[in-house]
Design a binder for this molecule. Structure first.
Ligand code: PPE
Length: 326
């Protein structure tokens, strides 16, 4: 993975701070106890200017995650969305990944996080293909992880919390060490859950299946977008617990997520998925998804928030005719 490239500024509790000054003390609560919640959002360069994908839904999920952990960030969803837009504009990004993060700051150490002030930051950076350059077209080789996702009422997976990602890191490191791009984790009772940073979908006989929220998944916003797109394209979509072996007998399997977008899975545990290449349902969903996020087609769901709205006319002129491909 490429090293972070500094941008000009980060947003911190309402102020813009230069990149090099965006630091914390080693005594900061989050470093010891993982007390953070965060989001990952993409800003796309569209044919009508830069636009953020589902900004309101991501902002709302951050509010929800903070509420689960009794954190007061000082911002509601509208405030978080505004902070994201301000950070993109201050850094003059055309396209980027946006990471708002709230964490328990510096005051005292000990498990109780309540005395520690909550800090809210937004950083942005350029993030390309998540599972490699060829993944979107050719698909990825994955395994079923030996690590399960945590059971319900252990860690709240509906919160996008930093601490959940120690589970993800175990899943990811095992996969990479064994020569796979990614791994799929099961729930503690053996049903399919999700990848280390992605939701998963299975296609069989043109019916699309995905694990339900109670299968220890993060309720992904890309997952929700794909369910909406698929239903509007006429597919039946079922959110139902999936036994592990449904992965091996699927016609198609694909991951969804902000970073991974829609990425086909071509083998699982060295067993070919379908023909061992991107399938037609995955391709159709990718085409509709990328047409919307890149502004090549209408945005019937209102999923895009323009970043430089006041410059919309100028943006339209400068981006006109610039076709980008998946
Ligand atoms: N499950 C997990 C565990 C997860 O981390 C993500 C996003 C998803 C599902 C999909 O959610 P959504 O982005 O709302 O569709 N993972 C983010 C972070 C990846 C990282 O390495 O950091 C992402 O895709 O941005």
């Amino acid at each position: 993975m490429a090293a972070l490239e500094p941008t000009k500024v980060l947003w911190h509790n309402g102020k813009l701070v230069p990149w090099a000054e965006a630091t914390v003390h080693v005594g900061t609560h989050v470093l010891h106890y993982g007390s953070s919640v965060f989001e990952g959002i993409r800003c796309y360069k569209t044919e009508k200017g830069s636009a953020v994908f589902r900004l309101d839904e991501h902002s709302r999920r951050l509010v929800d995650s903070a509420k689960i952990y009794r954190m007061d960030t000082g911002q509601d969803a509208a405030g978080i969305a505004a902070a994201c837009l301000e950070t993109i504009r201050a850094n003059e990004m055309e396209h980027c990944y946006i990471r708002p993060i709230a964490f328990r700051g510096y005051h005292s150490l000990g498990v109780n996080p309540m005395p520690c002030p909550v800090e809210l930051w937004v950083m942005v950076w350029k993030w390309g293909a998540y599972l490699g350059e060829t993944a979107l077209e050719e698909g990825v080789d994955v395994k079923v992880s030996t690590w399960n996702r945590a059971a319900p009422n252990t860690m709240p997976f509906m919160a996008k919390a930093g601490s959940n990602y120690m589970s993800s890191a175990l899943i990811k490191m095992e996969a990479l060490e064994e020569g796979y791009s990614e791994a799929i984790a099961l729930t503690t009772d053996g049903f399919v859950s999700e990848g280390s940073g992605e939701n998963i979908f299975v296609v069989r006989d043109d019916v699309i299946f995905t694990p339900p929220v109670h299968s220890s998944i993060l309720p992904g916003i890309t997952r929700d977008s794909v369910i909406t797109l698929a239903r509007d394209l006429g597919f039946e979509v079922r959110q139902t617990p999936l036994p592990r072996e449904t992965l091996y007998i699927a016609d198609e399997v694909f991951f969804t997520g902000t970073a991974v977008e829609i990425t086909p899975v071509r083998s699982i545990d060295r067993i070919k998925v379908g023909e061992g290449q991107r399938g037609p349902v995955t391709e159709q969903l990718q085409r509709h998804f990328f047409d919307i996020v890149k502004g090549r087609s209408e945005d019937p769901y209102g999923w895009l928030t323009p970043v430089y709205a006041q410059e919309a006319d100028a943006e339209e002129a400068s981006f006109a005719g610039e076709a980008s491909s998946v």
